[in-house]
Design a protein around this ligand. Sequence first.
Ligand code: FAD
Length: 776
Amino acid sequence: MASPLVFSSYSMSTASSSSVRPRIRGGGSSRGGGAFGGGRRHPARPRMQKSKSSLASRRRGIAATTITTRGGEGSSYHDGDDAANSSSSTLTTTTTTTTTKKPSSSSSIRVGRAGGGGKKKMADLSESSSHSQHSQEDRDRVTLRASLIVPVVHGEVIDAAAARADLNDTKQQTVSQVRASLSRLEGQLHEMIVALDGATRAQAEQRQMEEDARVAEAREWIAAWRARGAARIVEDLATHALPPGHGDDDENATQSEQGEEEERPTPKRRMRVAIIGAGPAGLACALIMANLRGCDVHVFERRKDPSKADLNQAFVYNIDARGRKVLELIDHEDGELMDDIESRSVPAGGKLMLKVATPDGTITPSEVTFRSKRTKSLWLPRQALVDALLNAVKRAPRIALHTGSAPVVKISDDLTTVTMDEEKGVAVKPHLIVAADGARSATRQAMEDADGARGHFEPPVMRASPAANLKYKVLVLSDQFGFVNDAAEVAKDGSSMISVRGAVTDGPSRMRLGLLPVRPPQRRTANIIAYDDHVVWEHMSTVRGAERYLENMFPQVDWSKALEPGELDRFVAASGGRFPTPQAPNRLAYVPPPHRDSNKRGDEECVAAVLLGDAAHCFPPDLGQGVNSALEDVLVLDEALEHSRDLYRATSPVEIGRYAATRYRRKREPDARALVNLVAVGYPWQYSQPGRIQSFRTKLWALNYLLRAALHRALPAWFWPACFLMVQNYTDESYGTIWRRAQRTTWRIVVLLVTVLGAAIVSVMRSASMFGAAAV
Ligand SMILES: Cc1cc2nc3c(=O)[nH]c(=O)nc-3n(C[C@H](O)[C@H](O)[C@H](O)COP(=O)(O)OP(=O)(O)OC[C@H]3O[C@@H](n4cnc5c(N)ncnc54)[C@H](O)[C@@H]3O)c2cc1C
């Protein structure tokens, strides 16, 4: 039996606020949704970043101070904040008679700091006696500040985390990386102290206030992270240990946004991204990376011509508010994408016309009303979406599309390459690999191989589903598709959904076709979805058998016009596909351990790789979330890159990739797992699964669905509706949140049922005892 995508027939999405953050062409975007920028989510991080940034600004200024001639009375020293604002050297010479003044003598300040494991480490700070006009009190204050910050950051956090966490090899390496990062921070602090000491008294006082504030911030930061537990601290540090000098404070944000054109990364520093797979996820990701993040993007697609429709995959998608967010984001740069998409799609408004065509020739129209919130979704054939994205790719600078064969992806901790066939001679050494090559991702396999004995990708998250392993084939209807004696030609109205009822409506051979809305001249398609033993496969194994089967099962359809010549031959020859078991790998990114030898750091080592779309999570299309979640993955990756955007200008793209991949993984893995769970229970019984047990379970599912709907209506604060409805209606919520709500509701229903049952038993026993007493 076949019920083609009943799920997506009803998956009208909410028109929830899919507000698009304003973007600035050329690699920058507003900081609206960023968690780093958004201290809302992690209040402590921006402050820490701010400190780093300011430190870095000073570091630049200090470098100038140490090599530049200092001009006695006439020289003016611009403080670090000025330097940060202007991004220029911090030392401005105002006289022409400057002379180099060497320190006549030097003394040493020994700064004690608590190193790892409680060891005391001492650092010598050279102090120029030319600044001897500064009092000992000033110097002490500076020293005190340094000794205050360094142990707070270095000793306490790392040691607390490392001591309490049970660290494996990888985490140990992470800790080493963090230590290295913080060592650099210490270096900057020392330089800052030298600079502070060289400033005038007034400046020193000013700086003292600033530094005191930073110390307080650092303390808050540490306290906040401490509260989150040792293991989390280590991981957070690994994620957020940005190379020094790349802050995230508002001041720098404004500056970088204003000066975006001038500060675009030079090609040398631009990040090279290799995207494997030109499906919806791969193409959307390429556009975001190239248009918004200014990366050089190479897309590898094994098909020769991705614009040629693959009729075996001619599904009609319902792009809901989740998917739209990323398309609108691309459109903000591209400007033509949404027009292109909307010209090919049917908008899903608050109401949908459903026409039921029964075998006796009756066609009954009815209007299905959805909540007005759901006005933002679009019905769109897969190929139309891919075509629109391909057009945008052609318009985009910096995207190279390589087609015709599967690339060889070699991931190793030293050197990662993506090569196409020798004839074309395409070879890329990317900084970031994006695996968007579908459910059977070869790139995911390469990542797992590179991970090797570390085994991070295992075990995969898997849930059994009654829809798993069902077989499907796609039948493409012609533009002449219609019903026998249908004067009104109802089938020609592409904006309506049609349910074509089969002649057999009961038993294991029952069948119906669900035709989703499409905008002409695009064709309607019918997905034949059925379990292995269904008679449909036997009948449709030959062209003649298929003709007879369709004519007998759906006599109301004028089959002489409904199919293009040759379509049945293609259908019969096609191998079709099978719905996968809902699953996701344990990890969504591969981030190799950093090189211990810092000299080895370069642009061609330690590449990071991430999984997107079906490569990251695949499942039967019960909830119509395949493409929407794939597009949402792109958004999460983009946000992870947005947080590293300051790094684009000044540091290695390798580090940007590693940071973004780590953040992506941490943000998206909970959602991928939740998605797997949601799909397993959401609406898996829509395919008329055969057998008594299955039929009983279908009824149980329906009962559960109705119970949740009723409880939600009665007590909305306590009970949430069924997963299927939540996924469709709460598109602003993460899959993780939706799954948690579903679980909470389950527990509350259990408690409610137990309470009601207990009360019923008690009352029965009471009445039985009263009856007994009365009888006596
Ligand atoms: C019958 C059916 C109906 C569906 N209906 C819906 C629906 O209504 N709504 C919905 O949201 N989702 C639906 N889905 C799911 C949806 O199609 C997928 O979730 C979505 O296509 C995932 O996009 P993707 O870009 O990650 O992967 P894909 O669309 O699979 O794209 C992968 C691309 O990578 C290419 N590729 C593969 N291997 C390699 C390689 N080694 N090298 C280079 N290129 C490679 C492929 O040729 C392809 O172009 C349906 C799926 C099925 C099977």
